[in-house]
Ligand binder design. Structure first.
Ligand code: MD3
Ligand code: FE
Length: 218
C-alpha cells in the first residue's frame, strides 16, 4: 500500500512540472504550501516600501505597481533602468528578503536543476484588472548565469513566452495562484510579457495578482 501511494505522489508531481523550452520550467502549485507565510511576510514589506507606478525612461507610467525587497531593487526613472540598494521613494535600503522568500526561491531553482541560487533582489509586481506587461527581456542584471525564479499569487494571468527575437510569436501560458517558474540557461534572455489581467477574485489577494521575481542582480 505504501509503495503504491509513493508511486502515485511521484507521478502526480511529475505531471505538475512542465518544461516550456530548454531551461524554462513551470512548477505548478509549488508555492501553495507557503502561501500563508508569504502573505504574512509581504505586509511589512509593502508598509516599508509601498507599491508604486514607475515612469519609464521614455516617459510612460508602467501599469504594473512595483516594489522590492532584498539587497537590491529594480528601479526605472527618466535616466534609465537599474538595480539600486536604495529605495528612491524613502531614501532608505529596501526591506530585507524574508527567509520564507529566499528558501522558496532556492528550493524552486534546485528543483529545476539550478543549485546554489543566491538571489539578492526580489521584485514585487502587483497587477490590477487591465494591467499588462509588454514583451521585454530582463537584462539589467550584471550577469545571466543565474536563473530567475518567479512566483505567481492571486488571480490568474496569461503569460507570454517568446523567444530570443521579439518578432517570434509568443506561446501563451496560464499562470495560477502558487505556480512557480524558473528561467535559466538558454531561456534566460527570452522575451516575455503578461496579457492584460482579467477581472477576478482570490481569497488572499482580492482583485489583484501579485508576482514575485527573484534575481541575482549584482
Ligand atoms: C523569463 N514579470 O518582472 S514573471 C518581470 O508575471 C516580469 O510579473 C512577469 O517579467 C510577471 O520582469 C513575468 C516570469 C518571468 C520573469 C523573469 C524572466 C519570466 C522570465 C526572465 C527571463 C525569462
Ligand atoms: Fe521580465
Amino acid at each position: 500500500m505504501m509503495t503504491l501511494n509513493l508511486f502515485e505522489d511521484t507521478a502526480q508531481c511529475q505531471a505538475r512540472q512542465e518544461q516550456l523550452s530548454p531551461g524554462a520550467f513551470v512548477l505548478r502549485g509549488f508555492a501553495v504550501p507557503d502561501e500563508t507565510a508569504i502573505f504574512a511576510a509581504l505586509g511589512p514589506i509593502l508598509s516599508a516600501a509601498p507599491l508604486r507606478h514607475l515612469v519609464t525612461p521614455g516617459g510612460f507610467r508602467m501599469s504594473v505597481a512595483m516594489t522590492n525587497c532584498g539587497s537590491y531593487g529594480w528601479v526605472a526613472d527618466r535616466t534609465g533602468y537599474r538595480y539600486d540598494a536604495i529605495d528612491p521613494k524613502s531614501g532608505k535600503l529596501w526591506p530585507s528578503m524574508p527567509d520564507v522568500f529566499l528558501k522558496l526561491a532556492q528550493d524552486a531553482a534546485a528543483t529545476a536543476g539550478f543549485e546554489d541560487f543566491k538571489p539578492n533582489a526580489c521584485l514585487v509586481n502587483r497587477y490590477d484588472p487591465g494591467t499588462r506587461l509588454s514583451l521585454h527581456q530582463d537584462k539589467n542584471e550584471r550577469g545571466f548565469s543565474a536563473p530567475i525564479v518567479s512566483v505567481s499569487l492571486g488571480i490568474p494571468a496569461v503569460f507570454l513566452w517568446g523567444a530570443l527575437r521579439r518578432e517570434d510569436k509568443p506561446v501563451r501560458v496560464q499562470l495560477m495562484h502558487g505556480d512557480v517558474m524558473v528561467w535559466g540557461g538558454p531561456s534566460r534572455l527570452h522575451y516575455h510579457g503578461v496579457l492584460p489581467l482579467k477581472e477576478g477574485h482570490h481569497p488572499l489577494t482580492g482583485t489583484h495578482r501579485i508576482n514575485l521575481t527573484f534575481r541575482k542582480a549584482v
